[in-house]
Design a binder for this molecule. Sequence first.
Ligand code: BTN
Length: 259
Amino acid sequence: MMDDVLSADVIKKGLKTRFIGQRVLYYPSVDSTMEVARQEARRGAAEGTVIATDEQTGGRGRLKRTWLTPVGNIALSVVLYPKLSYLPSLIMLASLAVVHSIESATGLRPQIKWPNDVLINGKKVCGILIENDVQGNGVNYSIMGIGINANLRLADFPEIQTTATSLSDELGREISRLNVILHLLGEIERYYLAISAGESIYEEWRDKLVTPGKKVRVTAGETTYEGIAESVTRDGSLLLRGTDGSLTRIVAGDVTLRE
Ligand code: BTN
């Protein structure tokens, strides 16, 4: 395996950011970076605090699924204190930041599958989990969790091999996780400052989505919908045109492309 030893110091030294990653906690192994980040946020950790690890033993995915994080992958969570009105943009921000960091670090060209899976050649290379603690009209904290299949041989993981890929499998060589992380944290800050300044990132996110125009199956809670993914709204919802012509607005769910 590539000599890619990460630490809080190595990450902090490489960063040119103002607040994202000014504090980094790095663990060789942890249950889930989401859990550590949540505890940090509850203690009032500085905005932009990053919790990163080489391995998660209880990695969490969206919709109560598990997330595999063997050594060689990237798993990190960022503590944020956004305004309530920023929350729809955070979902867009995270996937756009991942897309740009992968492009800059590897030259690969990822796309986004609604709401925020990052794909390369149709297979998932990154998952994003955002957990918000909302109270009334305010947000106590948001934790942005990002897991990237970096140096992972999917042949060793037959349970996800048909749906997932990794940067190393796509490139045919191992990559520098540090390089990807530095780009990623820089991009998160750039987009976060943009939305804080009132800029819209919706158009850029919409244009990177593979989903519009595709035949899809969407699972939302106990309900499954089928139809054409027509478009996405400014608040990040998916508009699905059913076979009977009806239009359904889906706020959260899981999409399978059917063609
Ligand atoms: C998904 O696609 O279901 C989301 C996966 C999110 C995984 C990341 S890895 C870092 C952070 N810690 C976790 O336990 N989950 C997120």
